[in-house]
Design a protein around this ligand. Structure first.
Ligand code: SF4
Ligand code: SF4
Length: 141
């Protein structure tokens, strides 16, 4: 069976810090984990944006396992769309894209959008004077 990639926002309860939850996902469910963003404050809720790769049945089981340990799991089924034809290459959006998905080409100074690096933080939506970014709720996976 082929593997798929799914992005989830996970919200961990404060007491979950000592549980090897990610270890179980890798060992028991054969899921690869790529942490795209982490906000963890000791003693408080922790939020992680993860990309999980594995068989769809295993990802579902792994998510169920997390939910039984009081981890909230939200499938991230939106993407950022850019209407690049109208871009004036001002570079404003690159200043807010800390994930490195937006950059200026070093020679042509044209905007480059690497969708694979986008973590859908949505900061570019307000940064573009031409309003060229929008949220696409369609999930290709
Ligand atoms: S949504 Fe965030 S990560 Fe994605 S392109 Fe915009 S600023 Fe970059
Ligand atoms: S802010 Fe808008 S117009 Fe400027 S480079 Fe980015 S997408 Fe293009």
């Amino acid at each position: 069976m082929k593997t798929v990639k799914k992005r989830y926002v996970l919200k961990f309860p404060p007491q979950s810090g000592d549980k090897p939850l990610s270890y179980v996902l890798v060992k028991e469910y054969d899921i690869s984990i790529n942490i795209l963003k982490a906000e963890v404050i000791p003693g408080k809720r922790g939020n992680l944006l993860l990309e999980l790769e594995g068989k769809i049945s295993n990802i579902k089981k792994g998510i169920k396992y997390l939910e039984t340990h009081q981890v909230e799991c939200d499938l991230l089924d939106k993407k950022i769309k850019l209407n690049q034809n109208k871009c004036i290459n001002c570079g404003n959006c690159t200043a807010v894209c800390f994930a490195g998905a937006l950059s200026m080409h070093p020679v042509t100074w044209e905007l480059q959008f690497n969708k694979k690096q986008c973590i859908v933080c949505e900061l570019c939506l307000n940064a573009c004077p031409m309003n060229l970014f929008e949220i696409d709720f369609h999930n290709e996976n």
